[in-house]
Write a protein that binds this ligand. Structure first.
Ligand SMILES: Cc1cc2nc3c(=O)[nH]c(=O)nc-3n(C[C@H](O)[C@H](O)[C@H](O)COP(=O)(O)O)c2cc1C
Length: 329
């Protein structure tokens, strides 16, 4: 059974990638994931704020031996736990310890000196960079166009800084996501990772505190990424990676049928352990055999919207049919 796939120029033995999460933070767990059959790993993100904070501290120390004020809302000790040099060391060590691609993750939302770090990641021998842009415009005066420009500028700068492939992990909340995807593609982004899950604050009515949900996803959350992967398949050059809610082999098959080149896993592996990768691969193989498919190439994008001539009419008709069906029930 041919499970191989190409993801942003990297040849992978199968479509399963360990998404950025604590599971990819130690060599031991990366090795366990490799043993269970994972095809590549994304390291947890290094944040723009961490890099900036280190830089501020370095400058302050060299000027007058005084540490700067803890100027941000970052958790204390963040820099010390996993500073930028330690991150580069992890890349080096992971590359030496496993044979699968190791992709670093950078999280930021502005242009600036921290981007030099992309070059250092490349020098540390990472196979690629997953750029995770998380930008929540703080002011009501910031327009949609300005938000879009922030994304485009950051992506352009990182792409211009390195020669290794760059994937972009984003959220879907643009008024015209399809057009944004096209613009990212035109800049030359090598893959789109769909989608980042937004933090959704809740109010605790017992202690009147704001609580931010733990970012573990639930099964059944594949709807929005599946839709956009199905729309984009065959229309842009960038590889398509699905992230969110892939819990069993059926979720993975649905993403592949929609047109994903790879499926990323975090919550399912956190809940079930690294060895669960082999269960998912087995399920995928059994299903392909049952349907007499020779490999992933036979199913990728089979149920995408590539062949739909009038997408707008198709979407409206689908919507009306669904509402009508619900009313009748
Ligand atoms: C505990 C935890 C930590 C995560 N850390 C990161 C991170 O550092 N960088 C990142 O881009 N995504 C991070 N994510 C998001 C995952 O990579 C993934 O995109 C998301 O959880 C959706 O996939 P899933 O449904 O398989 O969990 C994290 C998720 C979890 C659950």
């Amino acid at each position: 059974m041919d499970l191989t796939t190409n993801y942003m120029g990297l040849n992978l033995k199968n479509p399963l990638i360990a998404a950025a999460s604590p599971l990819t933070s130690t060599l031991k767990s990366i090795q366990r994931l490799e043993k269970a059959g994972i095809a590549a790993v994304i390291l947890p993100s290094l944040f723009e704020e961490q890099i900036r904070q280190e830089e501020e501290e370095r400058i302050a120390l060299s000027r007058n031996n005084l540490l700067p004020k803890a100027s941000s809302f970052l958790p204390a000790g963040l820099t010390l736990e996993r500073g930028s040099q330690a991150y580069l060391d992890t890349i080096h060590k992971a590359k030496a310890a496993v044979d699968i691609p190791v992709i670093a993750s950078l999280n930021g939302c502005s242009e600036g000196g921290w981007m030099d770090y992309a070059r250092q990641i490349e020098q540390a021998d990472a196979d690629g960079i997953e750029l995770h842009i998380y930008y929540n415009p703080p002011s009501l005066d910031i327009t949609g166009r300005q938000v879009e420009d922030v994304y485009l500028d950051v992506v352009r700068s990182v792409k211009n800084s390195v020669t290794i492939p760059v994937a972009l992990k984003i959220d879907p909340f643009f008024s015209a996501f399809g057009n944004m995807a096209k613009q990212f593609d035109e800049i030359g982004v090598d893959a789109l990772v769909m989608f980042n899950r937004m933090l959704q604050p809740d109010f605790n009515l017992n202690n009147m505190q704001v609580e931010t949900n733990w970012p573990i996803s639930k099964a059944g959350e594949i709807g929005i990424p599946l839709r956009w992967i199905s729309v984009l398949h065959g229309k842009i050059n960038a590889s398509l990676a699905a992230t969110s809610g892939a819990y069993d082999h059926e979720d993975i098959i649905k993403y592949l049928l929609g047109g994903a080149d790879t499926v990323m896993l975090a919550s399912a592996l956190i809940r079930n352990g690294a060895d669960y990768v082999s269960v998912l691969l087995k399920g995928l193989e059994v299903w392909l055999k049952q349907w007499d498919f020779a490999g992933l190439n036979d199913i990728r994008g089979l149920m995408s919207q590539r062949s739909v001539a009038n997408l707008e009419a198709f979407e409206r008709a689908n919507y009306i049919r669904t509402v009508d069906g619900a009313r009748k029930r």
